[in-house]
Design a protein around this ligand. Structure first.
Ligand SMILES: C[S@@+](CC[C@H](N)C(=O)[O-])C[C@H]1O[C@@H](n2cnc3c(N)ncnc32)[C@H](O)[C@@H]1O
Length: 254
C-alpha cells in the first residue's frame, strides 16, 4: 500500500490531519510535507498505524496515542495521567514573560508544560512547581529532564506543603471544569484524568482555595473558562486583589 492509498483509507474513519500526523510520526519524518513528496512510496507493514487509526476513531486523543503534544513550540510527553496541554494556556507564558519575574510557582503542574517552558524562556527565573498527583509529577520530571530544565518539583495539595517566597508570581491552570457543562465533548475528555479536569462549586473550588491560600504579596495568573472570570474577580476582590489583565482564558490578579 502506498502513502497516498493509506491516507485515503484512514481518512474515511478519522480526520485527514490526524491521519497525516500519525503517518508522519510513524515514518519519523520531520513534517507532513514529506507525505505529499513521497505519496507513491510503498509503506511497510501498516498494522501499528492501523491500530492507531482504530483508537483515534474511538475518540482517544491523538496526544495519548502518539505520546506527546507540542506546547509553545516544544514537545512534551503525555500519558493518561496528565492533562494534554492546551493552546489557550500558552497565553500564560506570554503574560509571565511581560512581567519577567525572578520567582515563579506553577500550581497543578501536570505534564510540567508551564513550569518547564517558563524555565526555558526566562533563564534567570527560579521556577518551582507543585502537583497533588505522584503520577503527574513523574511525567513532569521526565519532561524537565528531556528539556534539561531546572524546575524544583514538590508534591503538595495546593500550597499546603509548599509555601512560595514573598513576591513569587504564582501561575495555575487548575481543574476548572464543572461536570454539568453539557457543551463540552465528554467523549474526548473521558480519556483525561478527572483530577486534572473537574472541580466542585461550578468548577471554581480549587481556584477559590488557591486565592485564599496565596500570600497577599504574590500575584496570581490563573486559567479559567471566560464564563467564570467575573465570579473569580469578585471573589478575589474580597481578598483585596484587583484585576490587572484579562486575556482569553487567563486572568492576572494582583
Ligand atoms: C488542568 S491540569 C493542568 C496541567 C498543566 N498545568 C497544564 O496547563 O497543562 C490541573 C493539574 O492540577 C493538579 N491538581 C488537582 N488538584 C490539585 C490540588 N489540590 N493541588 C495541587 N494540584 C492539583 C492535577 O493533578 C493536574 O495535574
Amino acid at each position: 500500500m502506498t502513502i497516498m492509498e493509506w491516507l485515503t483509507s484512514a481518512s474515511k474513519s478519522i480526520d485527514r490531519l490526524d491521519a497525516e500526523l500519525i503517518l508522519t510520526h510513524f515514518l519519523e519524518a520531520s513534517d507532513r510535507s514529506y507525505l505529499a513528496a513521497h505519496a507513491d512510496d510503498e509503506l511497510p507493514n501498516t498494522a501499528v498505524i492501523d491500530g492507531y487509526v482504530e483508537r483515534r476513531a474511538k475518540n482517544e486523543p491523538l496526544a495519548y496515542i502518539l505520546g506527546y503534544r507540542e506546547f509553545y513550540g516544544r514537545r512534551f510527553f503525555v500519558t493518561p495521567d496528565v492533562l494534554i496541554p492546551r493552546p489557550e494556556s500558552e497565553d500564560i507564558i506570554e503574560i509571565v514573560k511581560e512581567q519577567n519575574p525572578s520567582e515563579i510557582l506553577d500550581v497543578g503542574t501536570g505534564s510540567g508544560c508551564l513550569a518547564i517552558t517558563l524555565t526555558l524562556e526566562l533563564s534567570e527565573a527560579h521556577v518551582a512547581a507543585v502537583d497533588i498527583s505522584d503520577d503527574a509529577l513523574r511525567i513532569a520530571q521526565k519532561n524537565a529532564a528531556h528539556h534539561n530544565a531546572k524546575v524544583e518539583f514538590h508534591k503538595s495539595n495546593l500550597l499546603e506543603s509548599y509555601q512560595p517566597k514573598p513576591g513569587t508570581l504564582i501561575v495555575a491552570n487548575l481543574p476548572y471544569v464543572d461536570a454539568n457543562w453539557d457543551w463540552l465533548d465528554h467523549r474526548t475528555l473521558n480519556y483525561e484524568p478527572d483530577l486534572a479536569l473537574y472541580a466542585e462549586q461550578g468548577g471554581l473550588e480549587l481556584i477559590y482555595r488557591l486565592i485564599d491560600q496565596a500570600p497577599a504579596e504574590c500575584p496570581l495568573i490563573l486559567e479559567a473558562d471566560p464564563s467564570q472570570h467575573e465570579a473569580i474577580v469578585s471573589y478575589a476582590a474580597k481578598q483585596n486583589r484587583k484585576l490587572v489583565k484579562q486575556q482569553n482564558f487567563i486572568i492576572y490578579l494582583q
